[in-house]
Design a protein around this ligand. Structure first.
Ligand code: CO
Length: 134
């Protein structure tokens, strides 16, 4: 069902401050930024091998990343695993009793479709599954 780690999401206060660290000091390939209005975040993607990290900066006070930063500070926010068919993966998880936050996919960056599993189902690790956009 899951094919690989697509990306690791990292909550940051400021993309402007964080991007140069990953791009210039760690030498990752900066792919650009995108605002995902539905999730009230601005996202930067940095590619490393076949995976990416996704830096998440909140764009509003009621963004989920704003409350994450207030509670935990900057750091790893979620793991994202790739699936070929997100509808099939969600149906399978519903059937096998995996608790979900999103029962239907929503839109992520790069036209992807994403859904979050419930952290109670994953030992406290917020887990996203995503189907790449076309
Ligand atoms: Co993500």
């Amino acid at each position: 069902m899951l094919t690989k780690i697509n990306h690791i999401g990292i909550a940051v206060k400021s993309l402007e401050i964080s991007i140069p660290f990953y791009r210039d000091q760690l030498g990752m390939n900066f792919e650009g930024t995108e605002e995902v209005a539905e999730q009230k975040v601005k996202v930067a993607f940095l590619q490393i091998g076949e995976s990416r990290i996704e830096l998440l900066e909140p764009t509003s006070d009621d963004s989920p990343i704003t409350s994450f930063l207030a509670k935990k500070g900057e750091g790893i926010h979620h793991m994202a695993y790739e699936v070929d068919d997100i509808e099939a993966a969600l149906a399978e998880m519903k059937k096998n009793g995996t608790r979900l936050i999103d029962e239907t996919p929503r839109r992520g960056a790069h036209n992807s479709l994403i859904a979050f599993l419930h952290p109670k189902a994953t030992g406290g690790v917020l887990t996203e599954i995503c189907q790449a956009g076309h």
